[in-house]
Design a protein around this ligand. Structure first.
Ligand code: CDP
Length: 223
């Protein structure tokens, strides 16, 4: 049997993972799975239950019991948490900050990896996150690792925030991203690292179109 196509995209915040993931999914007719949305949804479940971010048992329970699904086409992905639409909610600053706190807990990661693998049972996927090429799909056909300067990443994030109607100074976004980067690379449980067989793409100077073309060439070579 020919192994199904799986594209893993990892990298830090604002490196272009979700933009590329959605574009690749659309071009190649693959399912797009935003793994960060799952950690964000768990963070929301904890916050909305009133539990503290120090309450590990409550966080682990939320990760195990939370019913999270991603629905719709890549450009209009809807995130459902226990049947509630949390697509906008998970992008708010409290959920963003809490996502990397819950993601540092090994039991939470185990529960999420299981959910992600189940979500991709349906077919060929492109999945983006921090540990897709190292843990979720170590046998992925194509592994990309995107990176960019902190300044470029903060600029993009601040632009996205302003499109959502929130004006945040670049310096503040830089601080938030740097704090999350350090939690994501510094944790003991599957930290953010590039898989040894991943292909590194520095997106600092790349337009979205150039990034997509470059990634498509790589996918074609590995097809
Ligand atoms: O959108 P952004 O790239 O800023 O973050 P995200 O992909 O939505 O992920 C939010 C947080 O979830 C990250 O800062 C990580 O702490 C965590 N995460 C993870 O640990 N592993 C993944 N595969 C995906 C996200």
């Amino acid at each position: 049997m020919v192994k199904k196509m799986t594209i893993a995209i990892d990298g830090p915040s604002g490196s272009g993972k979700s933009t590329l993931g959605k574009a690749l999914a659309q071009r190649l007719g693959l399912l797009y799975i935003d793994s960060g949305a799952v950690y964000r949804a768990i963070a929301c479940k904890v916050i909305d239950s009133g539990a503290s971010m120090e309450d590990r048992p409550a966080i682990i329970d939320a990760a195990r019991k939370g019913n999270i699904s991603l629905e719709g086409p890549p450009d209009r992905l809807t995130v459902l948490l226990d049947g509630r639409d949390v697509t906008q909610r998970i992008r708010l600053p409290d959920a963003t900050s809490a996502s990397s706190i819950v993601a540092a807990i090994p039991e939470v990661r185990d529960a999420v990896v299981e959910k992600l693998r189940r979500m991709s049972d349906a077919g060929a996927v492109v999945m983006d996150g921090r540990d897709i090429g190292t843990r979720v799909f170590p046998d992925a056909r194509v592994k990309l690792f995107l990176d960019a300067s902190l300044e470029a990443r903060a600029r993009r994030r601040s632009q996205e925030e302003s499109e959502r109607g929130r004006l945040v100074a670049i310096e503040e976004v830089e601080r938030e991203i740097a704090e999350r980067d350090s939690r994501d690379t510094g944790r003991a449980a599957t930290p953010l690292v590039m898989a040894s067989d991943a292909i590194l793409i520095d997106t600092t100077e790349l337009t979205v179109e150039a990034l997509l073309e470059h990634a498509l060439e790589i996918v074609e070579r590995h097809g």
